[in-house]
Design a protein around this ligand. Structure first.
Ligand SMILES: *Cc1c(COP(=O)(O)O)cnc(C)c1O
Ligand code: SF4
Length: 336
């Protein structure tokens, strides 16, 4: 019997939604009225990085359209298994930057924390799809990590990355943020998350309150790749975040077949702004093995960027960059 004090009753609706994310390719194909024959042909390739998609994200995919730009981001494809020269399991050299305790010190003044291995959605282009999360994440090493942060007084910004930090419950997140805020040299807290897009009900009043109450200046970088990913009720949720003083930014990945058209990227920037989000970065794909089919050649990217630059006001144009291993900052496209 479920009593009011039972843990089951305490799951928030977003946690229930997270638990009900689809991981069975057959279920995905059926929900989208796609041919069952795809199961063997194209979908049976998820062994090392399983399918994962929320009901909300699923509802944004056009049924029956095999080229849907959202579907392509989550559907395992057989071509992922074909090795491609230059595409590796550690494309941005995270394994060199990590301290082994979930802290990546790659960028001056900023500490990037691998908050958890969990994500609400599995993106086929993910540059951390091979990352050894089980061992190297902040929750496992919190005390030593906090000690390290307290000594590194050159750091003024803590970035919660992942995995996805917003898959953590408020119960987990609140003390982490409080303890970070106790370090006097830390001024800014940044969350990198795709959760609001795929699980908008994660933006609860309690979360907004938590981010409003900290003394840290909070920003959230959403990872939206396509205007179709921006839909109700996200607009209302984001408004609450902004009212709580959170600065909203976006970074996208340039993906062949998903957003490699000027019209798409223009519409994306415009819709982001309408949702109160400023375009920040547009990343060229990190060469992670399994994602080569998303790659857009650098020369093609340059041509798209040039056209986009003349189509948008400067403040709606994201910085086009690549993460070059060993570099202390993102490398601008025009320097590639
Ligand atoms: C590059 C990067 C950062 C930090 O770089 P900024 O230039 O400070 O934004 C943080 N998270 C991810 C995922 C990145 O790729
Ligand atoms: S949400 Fe981010 S970390 Fe998670 S699979 Fe997608 S791109 Fe990777």
């Amino acid at each position: 019997m479920i009593t009011p004090s039972s843990p089951l009753r305490q799951l928030s609706s977003w946690q229930n939604d997270l638990a009900q994310a689809i991981s069975d390719p057959a279920e995905l194909l059926e929900a989208l009225q796609l041919p069952k024959s795809w199961l063997k042909e194209r979908v049976d390739t998820q062994a090392n990085f399983p399918l994962r998609v929320t009901q909300h994200y699923l509802s944004l995919i056009q049924a029956g359209d095999p080229h849907d730009p959202l579907l392509l981001q989550v559907l395992p494809q057989q071509q992922e298994l074909i090795p491609q020269p230059g595409f590796t399991t550690d494309p941005v050299a995270d394994s060199v930057a990590t301290s082994g305790n979930g802290l990546l010190h790659k960028y001056a003044g900023r500490a990037l924390l691998i908050s958890t291995g969990a994500c609400a959605i599995h993106c086929r282009y993910c540059f951390r799809r091979h990352y050894p999360y089980g061992e190297d994440n902040m929750l496992r090493h919190w005390e030593s990590l906090l000690a390290q942060l307290s000594e590194q007084t050159d750091i003024d910004e803590v970035i919660l990355s992942g995995g996805d930090p917003l898959t953590l419950s408020d119960h987990r997140l609140a003390p982490l943020i409080e303890q970070i805020a106790e370090l006097p040299h830390i001024q800014r807290l940044r969350l990198h998350s795709r959760v609001p897009l795929v699980l908008p009900n994660r933006i609860t009043p309690a979360l907004c309150q938590m981010l409003e109450n900290t003394r840290l200046h909070v920003s959230m970088v959403l990872h939206c790749n396509h205007p179709q990913e921006l839909a109700e009720p996200l607009d209302v949720a984001l408004m609450q975040l902004r009212k709580s003083g959170v600065t909203l930014l976006n970074q996208s990945v340039l993906l062949r077949g998903v957003n490699d058209q000027v019209t798409t990227l223009k519409a994306l920037s415009e819709k982001l702004f309408a949702y109160g989000i400023l375009p920040y970065y547009l990343h060229l794909l990190d060469p992670v093995s399994g994602a080569a089919h998303f790659n857009v050649p650098t020369e093609t990217a340059k041509a798209i960027e040039e056209e986009l630059r003349s189509a948008l006001p400067g403040y709606l144009l994201p910085r086009w960059v690549r993460d070059v291993p060993g570099h202390a900052a993102k490398t601008p496209l025009n320097a590639l």
